[in-house]
Design a protein around this ligand. Structure first.
Ligand code: EPZ
Length: 419
């Protein structure tokens, strides 16, 4: 297991190229199961989560080739039972349920356990499959879904904590080959859902309304192969904007879609950071300390939960008292105890963190827990006095392609140590 040593106090400047989106690539790779024909997906980031997905596709019988950021998949003959030992490593594996149900009319996947950011139920996914006249049962930790015939229907997918991103993806992928028309009400509106819909439509699907809360899918008889460039990773981009806010002079992100970052950019501007953008770049000018903010995470286009930990890291040094309220994953505060080890002054109450800004943080040995919390600790270390040692770095490698190299190229001093 590697660990990362972040030497604080080095200013960041220059430009960094943002990788393809993990949360777009994962469902798009799963969607290649819907056709016997070859598919080509480009700008796939080199991450352990992607590696797990490619292992699952291969185990299911698909032919998978990867050459740097381009993946070729041909799922000519496939099985419908996913391998427990790989699926258990990545909760997002649940997004193979929809394409297997759509292609094979049946699927067996081990139930995703919970994780440090909270319980990860799939009740809304299963409710959506029921709307397509599929049945499901849970046996020995596996969820089995089956349909004699998939027929279109209306799926209401909004839960008590808002829409479900992978649930919307799963129902969309199951519906593309169903008989008749399916309407998803309360659909997730994330850019990654739109990217998946665009890929499916290139394969011959007939999907309208992706990016809004109502998506309509007209079933077709079969899908053909397609090629697709995955959209840039808006969460990686947001993470680097916060790095620039914490330790920057001036940092420019390249190959991004600024519209996917609207809420993050507006929030950083409210904290006092000048931000400018072009069609494919965003530039932020760092400064001494941020202004205090009150943030609440929301489904897209609101402030993303996947940026919550990173903003907490920034606000530990704000002038005044900030608050961060988590409405999507109310338990997602594993980073708080580690930030407090670095001298941050944070109180947790219900699903809010109340942050009393302090001028300085001090480096300390800290423990990574989930991929965004881990990134937040790296960001905090950039400005802390001394060295911050982050253990269990495999969490970061799940979601960030070479984050240490990219930050070092901007002027940080980060070492990766094999232990
Ligand atoms: C996706 O997870 C992302 N992962 C998450 O990113 C992201 O935090 C999340 O969407 C919210 O934006 C991928 O795309 C691979 P949800 P997903 O279903 O789809 C509840 C990262 O850091 N819910 O939108 O699994 C759920 O418990 C990861 O890259 C149900 O109650 O999340 C949560 O409170 C972390 N029943 C809320 O809805 C269900 O059936 C949103 O979850 C499904 C979800």
């Amino acid at each position: 297991m590697d660990k990362i040593l972040v030497h604080g106090g080095h200013r960041l400047s220059g430009s960094v190229k943002i990788s393809g989106s993990k949360n777009s690539a994962l469902p798009i790779l799963a969607a290649t199961l819907l056709t016997k024909e070859p598919c080509v997906v480009r700008h796939v980031p080199d991450l352990s989560d992607i590696h797990y997905m490619l292992q699952i596709l291969s185990h299911l019988g698909a032919h998978v080739e990867r050459a740097s950021g381009t993946v070729r998949v041909q799922a000519e003959k496939i099985r419908s039972v996913a391998p427990y030992d790989i699926v258990r490593k990545m909760r997002a594996s649940v997004c193979i349920l929809g394409p297997l149900l759509g292609r094979m009319r049946k699927a067996t996947v081990s139930l995703p356990g919970g994780c440090v950011i909270g319980d990860r139920p799939i009740d809304l996914h299963l409710k959506g499959f029921e709307a397509l006249h599929a049945t499901h049962r849970v046996e020995q930790g596996n969820v089995h879904v089956h349909a004699t015939k998939l027929r279109g229907g209306t799926a209401h997918l909004r839960g008590k904590l808002g829409p479900t991103v992978l649930g919307t993806d799963n129902v969309m992928m199951a519906a593309v080959l169903a008989e008749g028309t399916t309407v998803i009400e309360g659909a997730a509106e994330e850019p990654e859902v739109v990217d998946l819909a665009n890929f499916l439509n290139k394969m011959g699907a007939k999907i309208h309304g992706a990016g809004t809360s109502q998506i309509t899918i007209e079933g077709v008889r079969k899908l053909h192969g397609a090629e697709h460039d995955v959209i840039p990773d808006r969460i990686e981009a947001g993470t680097f904007l916060v790095a620039a806010a914490i330790a920057g002079r001036e940092v420019t992100l390249k190959r991004v879609n600024p519209h996917h970052l609207d809420s993050v950019i507006q929030t950083l501007q409210q904290a006092g950071f000048p931000v400018s953008s072009t069609k494919t770049t965003v530039t932020l000018q760092g400064k001494a300390r941020p202004l205090a903010l009150h943030i609440t995470t929301e489904p897209y286009p609101g402030f993303p939960t996947d940026m919550q930990a990173q903003m907490c890291a920034l606000l530990t040094r704000a002038k005044g008292q900030s608050s961060v309220t988590e409405t999507v994953f109310p338990q997602r505060f594993m980073h708080v105890s580690e930030l407090k080890r670095m001298g941050a002054r944070i109180d947790l109450l219900d699903h809010s963190a109340f942050i009393h800004g302090t001028p300085r943080l001090s480096g300390a040995p800290v423990m990574a827990s989930d991929l965004r919390a881990s990134a937040a600790l790296v960001l905090a270390g950039l400005k802390a006095d001394g060295i911050t040692e982050i253990n269990r770095v495999y969490h970061i490698d799940r979601g960030y392609e070479s984050i240490d190299e990219k930050l070092n190229n901007l002027g940080a001093q980060i070492e990766r140590v094999k232990v």
